[in-house]
Design a protein around this ligand. Structure first.
Ligand SMILES: [Zn+2]
Length: 330
């Protein structure tokens, strides 16, 4: 699984902090119990001594080791039983003096036998979700929840195909985009009127890729151009501006939403197309969605640049009735 080093370190530190806190909490409980039930302190000392004694006997290879082990095991059981009984006699749960791990498998270390624990993998995925800017919608917007019934099955005379058939084909292309992600140079351009599921499908793709451990960054064109402006004029002292700009270049998948709604000037548009271009060179994938058609795009930006760049994108045209309006009526 591919993951971001920064995130990895951050999570590793969380595990360490958790272990330290649990250890501290255990010490606190021990002090409390030893004060209230002194016999338990004695038991703990005996248990510790038994362990040491066992190690010594085994090292010295005295008499019959199996017999010793069995004797000690029995003694341990008796001591632990007594401890549990004392605790419940005083109104405490029997496991009051054991650490309650959040993950029993790895005992909150993040690793089981040098292999990353499932709980660690889960944390990495969650962190990647958060970094993608899509965390809030990934639960509801995924391939499983895509609803074709919003799209009419009446053939559109201008397109010679029904919106539903068209969506089925787009859906398949998006699905394949994820499936072939590591082995293709494909980029996607989702275009057409608003409210037809462009952002929805982008987040379907994002979710599947994030779950596979890819890094994804979603941002509107409006925000990206703002970011580039801030960067140029040093308007932002924040490190985050630089970090976000790095993400635009580095993530496995960049999703640019709503291209055409931003304020364009010569600087920002050349910086923007520079990002698209270097992503192409590095074979990093990009999805652009826009409410404009190809002609508008070519008019808005310099013709040459756009047509050359967009030549590397698979265009997917969305048409039909605005889903958002239909949802209000349903
Ligand atoms: Zn675990």
């Amino acid at each position: 699984m591919a993951y971001n080093k920064e995130i990895y370190t951050k999570i590793m530190r969380e595990y360490e902090t958790l272990q330290m806190e649990q250890q501290k909490e255990l010490e606190r409980r021990k002090t409390e119990i030893y004060r209230k039930i002194p016999r338990i302190e004695e038991i703990d000392r005996e248990l510790y001594a038994t362990g040491l004694n066992l190690t010594r006997q085994i090292l010295m290879k005295t008499s019959n080791p199996e017999e010793i082990v069995e004797q000690m095991r029995q003694k341990n059981i008796d001591l632990n039983m007594e401890k549990g009984e004392l605790l419940s006699l005083h109104g405490y749960p029997v496991d009051y003096l054991t650490i309650k791990y959040k993950c029993k498998k790895c005992k909150d270390t993040g690793y089981v036998n040098n292999t990353m624990c499932k709980c660690f993998e889960q944390k990495l995925i969650e962190a990647a979700y958060a970094q993608s800017n899509l965390a809030a919608i990934l639960d509801t917007q995924n391939f499983d929840s895509f609803d074709f019934s919003y799209y009419s099955d009446t053939v559109d005379p201008n397109e010679n195909i029904s919106p539903r058939k068209n969506m089925e084909s787009i859906f398949q292309t998006c699905f394949n985009f994820v499936k072939n992600f590591d082995h293709s140079d494909e980029n996607l351009l989702l275009y057409g009127a608003p409210g037809l599921g462009k952002t929805f499908l982008s987040s379907c793709i994002a979710k599947d890729l994030l779950d596979k451990g890819k890094s994804v960054f979603y941002q509107t064109a409006f925000k990206i151009f703002g970011l580039l402006e801030d960067y140029k004029f040093n308007r932002s002292e924040e490190l985050t501006t630089q970090q976000q700009i790095n993400k635009l270049f580095d993530v496995d998948l960049l999703i640019i939403d709503d291209l055409g709604t931003e304020f364009v000037n010569t600087y920002t548009s050349s910086a923007f197309f520079n990002i698209l271009n270097s992503r192409l060179m590095d074979k990093r994938k990009t999805i652009i969605s826009t409410n404009l058609n190809m002609e508008d795009l070519v008019n808005l930006y310099s013709n040459r640049v756009v047509s050359r760049l967009l030549g590397h994108y698979t265009p997917l045209k969305f048409f039909g009735e605005d889903i958002r309006k239909q949802k209000i009526c349903r």
